[in-house]
Design a protein around this ligand. Structure first.
Ligand code: KG4
Ligand code: ZN
Length: 343
């Protein structure tokens, strides 16, 4: 039991991130720095993340983001006990940039190197902010992911179900695009929905008849497109209220599907210490409220880490590295960067 100070590096999607996290025995973990450089503006015109643009941006920015993280933390490379880097899953160009930098730094300084699964990073985040024991249920809902994970240990995850097509964040982003709202779509759609009537349009609640907790969100997007187009055909365009009602109907459908499937996941998982959420979509207030209601009904504490730790960041990667070292998993620089890497 010694103090562990780790540098974390994350570059698997469209955020270039580095962080320094320290665990001192007997104290809660400390995030000494957590720098996130988003690429939103670089991809905005394309309606999605463009892998080539992402890879180049990571390669150009990683050095300075890492340097910033060390400077803000007031920690030199010599004071580190190791480096943790996202080795997948994600866009391989970005993952490779992060892995190469981490490998170089670790080799130059003789530091232990820990390969971290990005999803494990998300899944272990609740333990960075709260003293929470295994097992707990994690609902990861972002632009790229949607799954229920039963987190049984630092390196023990059971996937209970997830989306069979789009992630909800992706559906929010596409909805915004179809309605001429700004990106990222989630906050824009949530804002419009606040003033809309969720009952005016009947959107589907896909896969509710299927057992278990798999979900589907791509049909929702088609339904929205159809509703939008019939309004345009009938009235020559969308009114402000049309847009609000479409957003409200869409959001209500996503929220209801997530709530019903969370209810099932809690029933399937057996006793858990908490329901924790992560991912950008967990920022959505009505969705969050519905999840909390379900959780409370099961008598399970509801945990939503602060948004900056729910969305992509490197503190979760450094933390996952610390957790892995603590349970005796050996560091190694001999690992591959993996575009696909199920938990
Ligand atoms: O976790 P995240 O930052 O990145 C990954 O996808 O890994 O999630 C971003 C996604 C975007 O699709 C964004 O539209 C969505 O989260 N999002 C929201 C809200 N804020 C962000 N979706 C619904 N409501 C929100 N308030
Ligand atoms: Zn993520």
């Amino acid at each position: 039991d010694r103090t562990l100070t780790l540098l974390g590096i994350e570059s698997s999607c469209d955020d270039t991130a580095a962080a320094v996290v320290r665990l001192t025995p007997g104290l809660p973990p400390e995030i000494l720095s957590s720098q996130v450089l988003a690429q939103t503006n670089l991809h905005a015109a394309f309606g999605g993340v463009v892998p080539e643009i992402a890879a180049r941006a990571h390669a150009e920015r990683l050095d300075s983001v890492v340097e910033e993280a060390l400077t803000v933390a007031g920690v030199g490379l010599d004071a580190l006990d190791g480096i943790a880097v996202t080795a997948g899953p994600g866009l391989i160009g970005g993952v490779l940039s992060g892995v190469m930098l981490a490998r170089g730094l670790a080799a130059a300084r003789g530091l232990p190197l820990m390969a971290v699964n990005h999803l494990a990073g998300h899944a272990l985040t609740p333990r960075l902010t709260d003293e929470i024991a295994f097992p707990y249920l994690m609902l990861l809902v972002s632009g790229g992911h949607c799954q229920f994970l039963l987190v049984e240990g630092v390196d023990r995850f059971r996937r209970l179900g997830g989306t069979i097509d789009d992630a909800p964040g992706e559906a929010f982003d596409k909805t915004a695009k179809l309605l001429g709202l700004p990106q990222p779509g989630g906050p824009a759609v949530e804002g419009e929905a606040m003033l809309g009537d969720p009952k005016r349009f009947a959107f589907p609640r896909p896969l509710l008849d299927r057992e278990g907790c798999d979900m589907s969100f791509s049909g929702l997007k088609t339904a929205l497109l159809r509703a939008r187009d019939s309004l345009i055909v009938a009235h020559g365009g969308l009114t402000v209220q049309d847009r609000r009602d479409l957003c409200a109907g869409f959001q209500a459908a996503v929220a209801e599907v997530l709530a019903i499937k969370t209810d099932r996941a809690l029933a399937l998982s057996g006793p858990v210490t908490a329901l924790a959420v992560a991912g950008g979509v967990a920022a959505n207030k009505p969705i969050r409220a519905m999840l909390e209601t379900v959780s409370t009904r099961h008598g399970t504490p509801f945990l939503a880490p602060p948004l900056r730790l729910c969305t992509d960041n490197a503190a979760m990667i450094a933390w996952a590295g610390i957790e892995r070292i603590r349970v005796g998993i050996l560091p190694s620089s001999d690992f591959a960067a993996r575009p696909r890497w199920p938990l």
